[in-house]
Design a protein around this ligand. Structure first.
Ligand code: SAH
Ligand code: SF4
Length: 465
């Protein structure tokens, strides 16, 4: 039996994989420890989408070198996309690394740990094959979610071939889980206490397209199979590819009250020339048309986006097209990444990484500054409105205040509940008093009688609309 500490880098999919890995290990009798100093097995679950992430992972691994060399029995492993892509080379290069396990084999961690005990170090289990799949984790959600939020992977892999992206290589092609199975997992997580569940997929709008299912249908099925009494208050999904967002999906989001009116629909660039070279499969006009469709079909919805700056050949003019998109689209939030050539991808092969790093950094800062201004304007427009907020708990920055989120994914900060009351996982009605570009500062809304509105557990209060 081992004391295992898991360290996770990267996206929500990676975080979910860590939870599933933890569950598999716990089921096999191992103990998960929060403090890495107590562990005798450390597993680093690492992302390889950008080079920067890989460098951070390598220095994290190197920090265990001393313990691996001096502590008898201490073992170090790597899982996730980085392991999938470079596991063999890393094992050869890093004598203190004991194993590497890929993105579709990590459920075999208990077996790997057994083999470690037999002295079988230098183990590589990379994916390939079909023996695993998105059903990983069927063992049940008993220890899966922390607090009120939980994630459910409804599809894995990606069939797109964006020229810069390593995901199709490290996670394989799209495989969707049957809707009934996904709905059953959502239901059991809700019954185990999850109030907000996020469905995950690299390109979730393509859910089930090879099998005759759709994301809209899945949302409707979950709404029917997981009634309010289970405690499920909110359902989210990420990430939406602009080409695959349909009117049918928008209709489902609009008509199911528990589905958050929020889309994460990365544009990546506002320049047609760059989008074409990125092989995104849409141009700027098509992106804007999808955005307009969402705004019309799902009134009040919020859209977040990702952008890559400094893509090969991106001129100042291309960049200004991106700036213009951010200025006009009214995103709720954006994530900006400096282009990072990933070995094996078409962009790395065909184009020189010709935008200097300093220039990438400047574009990154500029774009974030534009969004900060837009975010502030959006936030200020919400001052005085009432918002239904899912309370998450005390703010990590200020223990006297709590945080929560609106359905549109805006972070709200509000005074702690009266002593003796625990609002965690409750919907609370708040009034926005002030705003920064990312945060709304709120007070409990008053219901007219002078009394603060009470927390509303488990039910949508339409009166705020
Ligand atoms: N499947 C999601 C994105 C997965 S990767 C989608 O298509 O939207 C998350 C983000 O990382 C991407 O949206 C992109 O903005 C960024 N990214 C991916 N590859 C990158 C690279 N080589 N360099 C810089 N950013 C990258
Ligand atoms: Fe990568 Fe494009 Fe697939 Fe997203 S849609 S995972 S960016 S290939």
């Amino acid at each position: 039996m081992r004391k295992v500490h898991l360290i996770t880098f990267g996206c929500q999919m990676n975080k979910l994989d860590s939870e599933l890995a933890a569950e598999a290990l716990a089921d096999a009798g191992h103990i998960l420890v929060a403090d890495e100093a107590e562990a005798d097995l450390v597993i680093v679950n690492a992302c390889s989408v950008r080079e920067h992430a890989e460098r951070r992972v390598l220095s994290r691994l190197a920090r265990f070198r001393g313990r691996r060399e001096s502590e008898n029995g201490f073992r170090l492993g790597l899982m996730g996309c980085f392991a999938e892509r470079d596991g063999e080379a890393l094992l050869a290069a890093l004598p203190y690394l004991d194993f590497a396990v890929g993105t579709r084999q990590f459920f075999r961690l208990p077996e790997i740990v057994d083999r470690l005990e037999d002295g079988d170090c230098g183990l590589v289990l990379l994916s390939g094959g079909t023996e695993s799949g998105p059903g990983v984790g069927k063992a049940g959600p008993r220890r899966r979610h922390r607090g009120i939020q939980a994630f459910v992977s409804v599809m894995r892999g990606c069939d797109n071939r964006c020229s810069y992206c390593v995901v199709p290589d490290v996670r394989g092609g799209e495989i969707s889980r049957p809707p009934v199975e996904a709905a059953a997992e959502v239901r059991s997580l809700a019954l185990a206490g999850a109030r907000e569940i996020t469905l995950l997929g690299q390109n979730i709008d393509a859910y089930g397209r090879k099998d005759g299912w759709s994301l809209a249908g899945l949302l409707r099925l979950i709404d029917a199979e997981v009634p309010d009494e289970t405690g499920l208050v909110r359902l989210r999904f990420v990430t939406s590819h602009p080409r695959d967002v349909t009117r049918e999906l928008a209709g489902a989001v609009d008509s199911i009250p528990r589905v958050a009116r929020h889309f994460h629909m990365p544009a990546q660039s506002g320049s047609d020339r760059v989008l074409f070279r990125m092989r995104r499969g849409y141009d700027r006009a098509a992106y804007e048309e999808r955005l307009a469709m969402l705004r019309k079909e799902v009134p009040g919805s919020a859209v977040a986006s990702d952008f890559i700056v400094g893509f090969p050949g991106e001129t100042e003019r291309d960049f200004l097209d991106t700036v213009n998109l951010v200025e006009t689209a009214g995103f709720q939030n954006i994530y900006v990444f400096k282009y990072s050539p990933r070995p094996g991808t078409p962009a790395a092969r065909d184009f020189a990484d010709d935008v200097p790093d300093e220039e990438k950094r400047r574009r990154n800062r500029t774009l974030l500054a534009v969004q900060e201004r837009i975010g502030l304007e959006c936030g200020r427009r919400l001052i005085g409105t009432r918002q239904l907020v899912l309370a998450e708990g005390p703010s990590p920055r200020d223990p006297d205040r709590w945080i929560g989120r609106t359905g549109e994914n805006r972070v709200c900060v509000f005074p702690s509940p009266p002593s003796g009351e625990d609002w965690r996982g409750c919907l609370v009605l708040l009034k926005v008093e002030s705003a920064t570009h990312l945060t709304l500062f709120c007070r409990p809304a008053h219901d007219g009688s002078g009394e603060a509105a009470k927390a509303v557990p488990n039910e949508e209060d339409e009166s705020w609309l």
